[in-house]
Design a protein. Structure first.
Ligand SMILES: Nc1ncnc2c1ncn2[C@@H]1O[C@H](COP(=O)(O)OP(=O)(O)OP(=O)(O)O)[C@@H](O)[C@H]1O
Length: 981
């Protein structure tokens, strides 16, 4: 009981003085303590290894450790997927070290997503001092002289996927000693291999296996993962072989109290278009951190960006210095670029109580032996439940209950989570999404594979079968490979690995160079360069701030100078989308849901400068070229009949958008089925899939605007309301995901090819260009792009309601523009005469309703696909030329897609239901960042119709539910079954 009192006391302390009416805590949950389940050391384990582990403090192993270790020892691929600090390292150390001792020629590889984690793991193996093992690292930091030694002598090589790709597989003959006797491959933190990076790693591991086979070995894979859903399935997909899973965590855990926290609305600020805004999660976390430090609680606060971490620590110190200056000394920010020794020092200081509070980015999430803290504060959802529990899991000592506070940021996903505790506390951790069949990933990977060893027809099944065959044909047509009877051969003397960056797929990299010193700070992929390193952009690199002077896309360089201005920048982008091919299409009586390939043309048209207070300084127009991205999208269309229905719309209650039940209620009336006059009848056209290159492309942005102005298209229907990807990508978010920032393989923007073709050409292009992008990624340390996410840095939008910069691309208002009036127009009237399940929206509201529904859907997709909202974009339009109907698209931000849109299609119903819930449960009157406003909206969040969005979503969900039993969408697609940590 004393335990619970302690956590409750801590929570009481952080809420002290807040009136009950303004209590930010939306939910409190208690998680009980768990006892350890220990077992004996297995007989097969080497006695010296056991003795060494004992000496390092592991007296008796936990059951899950030995279960996994024994499977590996028996030659079975295994993934251990258990909670934070559950001793996963021992599960692979025991079999690997035992076998290395038993067979003095045997070798092993260890792969980690970051250099820092690899260094930590090497240190812990070296500390065991097992004779003859010769463990060594081989990464971007390994001096040239040492590399020869590692190749010649090391038996356990600690490296990362980037070095495996460029440094080991590319010159495998020099590593023949290792490959001949390669007994184990350890893949640590494998849940991080998702999206495009994960797809590359999956193919890289297949390349590794074929090279090992060539030298006569067939290594066993041991994978370690945070708790994830379906770990066996995911690991099998990652390595391309059967893999067993160990998931029952037998390590001890202290009890925890988890509090969900929604920061209060600010009274003296309003946001864009007059929307209410909340206190930033970072500022709130600083205050909570200070209160906990006063209580003597050892606390780690996770903040999403480096700048945010610094501001949070600063905020806490400022509060503490007023109470007791010595307490302020006990709070630190985790600085980027900590060396392993500094991290150890920090761990020790925090564990001993010398330091009481540390504000950190997720850099401290991996490879840190910090557990048993008194409290953890999470400022913002870290993107995945796996990360959430990884961070939360740092709290909790046996015998003493710890506190976890999750502070919501002002966005739809976080808001949804604090109001739906089950989505955090009871939901299984999501499966990591990867798609090794993406042609943009397959093409460069197959080129690398062929360059390593000629590819034979028998091997193609491991590379995706038919998908690989199609890509190989394109590579042959482009003369990248040559087809001979015995297989496919690489044609050049150059090695493709140097130009293929496995951390992304966006063409040749843009180098970010400090003009004064010519120092290369990092690289950004060309797809997001206009948004992140446009002239005037504030660019963060390793915690330091720079301002971009010049962006030369042709030369591939952004020149910057060191400067830490009083503002941050966020780009604004317009986009247009066309359907290239429809892979899946399901009709639900007036609502159609599709999955397919699209081309997104986007243009950064300007940027906003904001002070940390949220005040918008100004908007600066930019004249940058449009970019083209071919990718995957999920979209739904709604017929006019359903959208407009009859003349009765949802009536918003004060402070709430309520259209749900009302919009669902069927009402009779032939009136409702009347076709809308004046709207182009494109139904027949829209019923068939649109193939690549066909006529019927959408009206391009400028063209649409002209058409609207000229009255050629009905007012309001031609504007595309777009939310481009990555325009204000947070540097930390990019880095945290393993680095979308450093890319060099992939599509040629603007090639207009089908994915396979352009993927093939990408390789060709990459072969010609020197891959600057490799520099950042070789280290396993991705470059950091501008930290401009206002939600992360504590900035707030102060609304001016101004028009987007230099565009005019919005719905042509006809007096009914809801954003102009501040509130959606409300129709009243009898319940008769509307289309069953129809939205009851008048035409002028439709663009704003679709736009708002699209924003919220982008915000909520990360709940179902393991992506960040910056990985995806969207476009909504009241009339799309390719579909002939009102359409909302949500698309992947990577060439060829990363599986996110596919996941949205598969989880359509729960995704859109959660989207609706997020909007409805937001207390704002007409839309705010917590529900339908987007931080990256190219249209200045205008028009947005919150009540209309609910009506749209109800219409879609109603139609799917009514007609869906014949299809697959009614089922919640949750194969996710694993428990959280
Ligand atoms: N059986 C055991 N008994 C006691 N302590 C153990 C045992 N196994 C591991 N440990 C200790 O637990 C701590 C965490 O171990 P380890 O870093 O391997 O966990 P992990 O699951 O890899 O953590 P993370 O979640 O950070 O990846 C280490 O200090 C380790 O020495």
């Amino acid at each position: 009981m004393a335990e619970i009192e302690r956590a409750r006391r801590l929570l009481g302390r952080v809420t002290a003085g807040i009136p009950e009416s303004a209590n930010p805590v939306t939910h409190v949950a208690e998680q009980p303590a768990r006892r350890a389940r220990c077992v004996d050391w297995p007989e097969w384990a080497d006695a010296d290894v056991v003795a060494a582990l004992r000496k390092c403090g592991v007296d008796q192993p936990w059951a899950h450790q030995i279960e996994a270790a024994s499977l590996a020892h028996a030659g079975r691929n295994v993934v251990i997927s258990t909670g934070t600090a559950s001793g996963k390292s021992l599960a692979y150390q025991l079999p690997v070290l035992s076998d290395l001792v038993e067979d003095e020629k045997a070798c092993a590889l260890y792969l980690s997503p970051t250099k820092a984690l690899g260094a930590d793991q090497l240190r812990s193996v070296s500390e065991l001092e097992i004779a003859g093992v010769r463990a060594a690292s081989y990464d971007g930091d390994t001096p040239m002289a040492e590399r020869d030694w590692v190749r010649a002598h090391a038996r356990w090589v600690f490296t990362n996927p980037d070095m495996l790709h460029r440094g080991i597989l590319a010159s495998h003959a020099r590593w023949s000693r290792l490959f001949r006797k390669l007994k184990y491959v350890v893949v640590d933190e494998c849940h991080g291999y998702r999206g495009v990076f994960g797809s590359h790693v999956a193919l890289l591991l297949r390349r590794l296996q074929r090279v090992a086979r060539y030298y006569g070995s067939s290594p066993v894979f041991v994978l370690a993962s945070a708790t994830t859903a379906s770990p066996a399935e995911f690991a099998s997909r990652l390595i391309g072989q059967e893999c067993e899973a160990v998931t029952e965590d037998a390590s001890p855990r202290g009890a925890r109290t988890v509090a969900l926290w929604e920061p209060p609305l600010l009274e003296d600020f309003s946001g864009e278009n007059g929307a209410p805004v909340r206190r930033s999660a970072g500022a709130e976390a600083g205050r909570i951190l200070a209160e906990l430090v006063v209580e003597g609680a050892r606390t780690l606060a996770f903040v999403r960006s480096r700048r945010g971490a610094e501001l949070t620590a600063l905020g806490a110190r400022r509060i503490l210095s007023e109470v007791d200056p010595t307490l302020a000394e006990q709070v630190a920010a985790y600085r980027a670029g900590f060396l392993p020794e500094e991290r150890r020092k920090l761990e020790r200081a925090l564990l001993s109580g010398e330091l009481l509070g540390v504000a950190t980015t997720n850099a401290l999430e991996l490879g840190v032996d910090i557990a048993g803290l008194d409290a953890v504060v999470l400022a913002g959802y870290p993107g995945t439940l796996a990360s959430f529990w990884q961070q939360a899991g740092r709290a909790g000592r046996s015998g003493d209950e710890a506190l976890v506070v999750f502070v919501a940021r002002d966005d739809p996903l976080d808001t949804y989570l604090v109001h739906h505790p089950a989505a955090i506390l009871e939901r299984p951790v999501e499966t990591a999404v990867l798609d090794p069949a993406n042609p943009y990933v397959l093409a460069p990977q197959l080129a690398c594979a062929a360059a390593e060893l000629p590819l034979t027809a028998q091997e193609l099944d491991t590379f995706g079968g038919d998908a690989a065959r199609g890509v190989l044909d394109a590579l042959v047509a482009d003369k990248v490979l040559r087809r001979r009877p015995s297989g496919w051969y690489w044609t050049s003397r150059d090695r493709p690995q140097y130009e293929v960056d496995i951390r992304g797929s966006g063409g040749d990299q843009i180098a970010v160079v400090e003009a004064d010193t010519s120092r290369l700070l990092g690289t950004v992929d060309p797809g997001s360069a206009c948004a992140t390193v446009h002239p005037g952009a504030v660019y963060l690199h390793q915690g330091s701030s720079y301002v971009v002077d010049e962006l030369d896309l042709e030369a591939g360089v952004a020149l910057v100078h060191a400067e830490d201005p009083e503002w941050t920048t966020s780009a604004r982008e317009l986009a247009d989308i066309s359907v290239l091919a429809v892979q899946e299409r399901v009709d639900y009586g007036g609502v159609t849901v599709c999955l397919g390939d699209v081309a997104v043309t986007s243009q950064v048209v300007g940027y906003l400068r904001r002070r940390p207070s949220g005040e918008i300084l100004d908007q600066v127009a930019l004249d940058l070229p449009a970019q083209r991205l071919e990718t995957r999208a999920v979209w739904y269309t709604i017929s006019d009949e359903l959208l407009e229905g009859a003349r009765m719309a949802a009536e918003p209650e004060a402070g709430r958008a309520v259209a749900g039940a009302e919009a669902q209620r069927p009402a009779a009336g032939a009136e409702a089925r009347r076709p809308t006059a004046g709207r182009p009848a494109a139904e027949a056209e829209a019923q068939r899939p649109v193939a690549a290159g066909e006529a019927g492309r959408p009206v391009a942005g400028a063209e649409a605007r002209r058409a609207v102005a000229a009255g050629e298209v009905r007012a309001g229907v031609a504007a595309r309301l777009a939310d481009g990807v990555g325009e204000a990508r947070s540097g930390e978010a990019a880095a945290g995901r393993g680095g979308a920032a450093a890319r060099s393989d992939g599509a040629l923007p603007g090639s207009g090819e089908t994915p396979a073709g352009s993927g093939a050409r990408a390789v060709e292009a990459n072969r010609r260009s020197a891959g600057i992008g490799g520099l950042a990624a070789e280290d396993g340390v991705p470059a950091v792009a501008a930290g401009t996410d206002p939600a992360e840095t504590g900035e707030r939008l102060t609304g001016t309601g101004e028009r987007p910069i230099g565009t005019g691309a919005r719905s042509a208002g006809n007096g009914g523009d809801p954003a102009e009036t501040g509130a959606p127009p409300v129709r009243t009237g009898g319940g008769s005469g509307r289309t069953p399940g129809g939205a009851g929206l008048e035409p002028a509201r439709i663009p704003g309703a679709l736009h708002a529904a699209e924003h919220a859907a982008i915000g909520l997709l990360p709940l179902f696909a393991t992506c960040d909202r910056w990985d995806i974009g969207g476009v909504s339009t009241a009339l799309h030329a390719d579909t002939g109907e009102a359409t909302v698209f949500v698309h992947d931000g990577h060439p060829g897609g990363a599986g996110f849109a596919d996941r949205g299609f598969a989880a359509l119903v729960p995704w859109l239901a959660a989207t609706r819930e997020a909007i409805v449960s937001c207390e704002c009157p007409a839309g705010c960042p917590s529900c339908v406003q987007s931080p990256k909206c190219g249209n200045g969040n205008d028009p947005l119709d919150k009540a209309g969005a609910v009506a749209v979503l109800d219409t879609v969900l109603g139609a799917v539910r009514q007609h869906g039993s014949r299809y697959g969408h009614v089922e919640v697609q949750a194969a996710d079954t694993a428990a959280t940590s």
